[in-house]
Design a binder for this molecule. Structure first.
Ligand code: ISJ
Ligand code: MG
Length: 471
């Protein structure tokens, strides 16, 4: 351990039972590897922990390279994971879905219940191939990265346990290293108050407002010329601070402020952590069933019920927003159709009401053909026109040429793959925290009838999830 690791140890108050939890894990790990032969075997060892552990402190204080947080939308189950029992990653170049499929799908089949590879991928792998990471802050994320964590702190309602994943035969050969990992696992006690984070001292927008106006004018001209029908253009607002921003303090305040969202964070040992609260599911797969959804078209929320209803009605009847939405809905149907035996939208269009805004929402459900893997679903669905555009390839070229910053993992798929089950969110409403800088990312669908200033404001509303925390 280096000095900063030992400092981290002294900062957190350990729960009383931490030693007992670690010894129980070690005993169970030793028992679990009995009988593991030369074949690939994944074992999952679980210990209940009665005293509440603080997830943010848990992630913040460990001396492991990898930290992942995941909480699905509308669930009270969260996974805070550290360390890696197995990593599948691509450093650069386009995501070869065949390679990923071979690597992850075959491995996922040998996972015990509850074990998952957590990770995600860049919005646009091609951009990395061409420009060799235009933004080095995204380097540690690679084009894709999936991790079977070494340890998971799982909180579900009032239940809480620690899981250790072991992958044989390699972990059996290196069992002393696994035991050493267990022994440096920290279990910080739940704190009364979260540490908070500093107020920003500056803000830089890319593109700046004037540039945004001309970029969007240009996109609108391409739309008028018939070159493209919809392009989701994004921008970043980087907040600077006098001291480093603690990503887990951000996550800790973001999650309760943004109910009904997927909450996530990823840190792969580089200098950056990616965090977000996304309302949008890319897909959920359970055996042969797939759920996806179109989320597009936006209005704000209002203080009074009357004004709020007026905004809802305005959104649900707006021709521009309905068209913006339809591009996504139609594309998802088209992409899923060849992979499914049945496909329907049980609910038609409804409103998705969030704490900081509202969207038009259509759920789509299908029955998959045999042997459609989550990787095939990723390849088919990403990027939907909720983050890319129509036609997709032209929209991506427009984004590459005009947006002017590296999206990295923003707007890419993030989630998990387990045995016969997978779930991915679209990593929008997200931020990359790097030292004293926090870059906030959001985009807006540009279609015929878009107004550059209104689209700027729409993005301002979307990054408002983060801005309201620092106000
Ligand atoms: C691209 C984002 O959001 C997307 C764009 C929306 C819109 O323009 O109305 C709404 C939801 C998402 O489809 C984002 O938040 O970054
Ligand atoms: Mg919009």
């Amino acid at each position: 351990m280096n000095t900063s690791d030992s400092l981290a140890v002294s900062r957190v108050r350990q729960i009383d039972a931490a030693d007992a939890v670690r010894s129980s894990l070690v005993r169970q790990v030793r028992a679990a590897i009995q009988g593991v032969n030369g074949h690939r075997t994944v074992r999952r060892v679980l210990v209940d922990v009665e005293q509440r552990v603080d997830t943010a402190d848990f992630l913040r204080s460990q001396a492991f390279e990898t930290s992942v947080y995941w909480a699905g939308r509308g669930t009270d189950r969260s996974v805070a994971a550290v360390g890696a029992a197995e990593v599948l990653s691509g450093k650069s170049g386009a995501v070869d879905t065949d390679v990923l499929e071979d690597a992850i799908v075959a491995r996922a089949q040998s996972l015990p219940d509850g074990a998952r590879y957590y990770g995600g991928m860049r919005f646009d792998a091609f951009q990395a191939t061409n420009n060799d990471y235009p933004d080095r802050g995204w380097e540690s994320f690679g084009t894709y990265r999936f991790v079977l964590p070494r340890f998971e702190l799982i909180q579900s309602g009032s239940e809480q346990h620690i899981v250790c994943n072991i992958v044989g035969p390699s972990d059996v050969k290196h069992i002393d290293e696994v035991v050493a990992d267990v022994n440096r696992l920290l279990l910080p006690a739940k704190r009364q108050r979260s540490p908070g984070f500093p107020s920003p001292t500056g803000r830089t927008d890319v593109p700046a407002r004037e540039n945004w106006m001309s970029i969007i004018q240009g996109v609108l001209e391409s739309i008028s010329a018939g070159a493209v029908e919809k392009v989701v253009m994004a921008r970043s607002a980087t907040l600077s601070h006098d001291v480093d921003v603690d990503p887990y303090a951000v996550l800790q305040q973001l999650a309760p402020a943004t109910p009904n969202c997927f909450h996530f964070s990823f840190d792969f040992g580089g200098d950056s952590t990616f965090v977000g609260a996304s309302p949008e599911r890319l897909f959920r797969q359970t055996n042969c069933t797939v759920y996806s959804e179109a989320v597009a078209g936006t209005r704000s929320r209002a203080q009074t019920t009357r004004e709020d209803r007026a905004l809802r009605d305005d959104l649900m009847t707006s021709d521009k927003d309905r068209r913006e939405h339809a591009f996504v809905e139609d594309a998802i149907r088209e992409m899923l159709a060849p992979l499914c035996t049945t496909l329907d939208s049980p609910n038609q269009r409804t409103e998705m009401k969030l704490s900081g805004g509202r969207h038009i929402w259509t759920r789509i459900e299908g029955t998959l053909n045999d042997d459609v893997s989550p990787v095939a679903l990723l390849a088919a669905l990403h990027p939907t026109p909720a983050v890319g555009g129509v036609p997709s390839e032209r929209a991506l070229e427009t984004i590459r040429e005009r947006e002017g910053f590296d999206r990295g993992w923003y707007a890419g798929p993030v989630g998990w793959i387990g045995k016969d089950e997978a779930e991915f969110a679209v990593a929008i409403r997200s931020a990359r925290i790097r030292g004293a800088q926090m870059a906030l990312y959001s985009g807006a669908g540009i279609v015929r009838g878009s107004d550059p200033q209104e689209e700027w404001d729409e993005i301002e509303q979307k990054i408002g999830n983060f801005l309201s925390l620092v106000d």
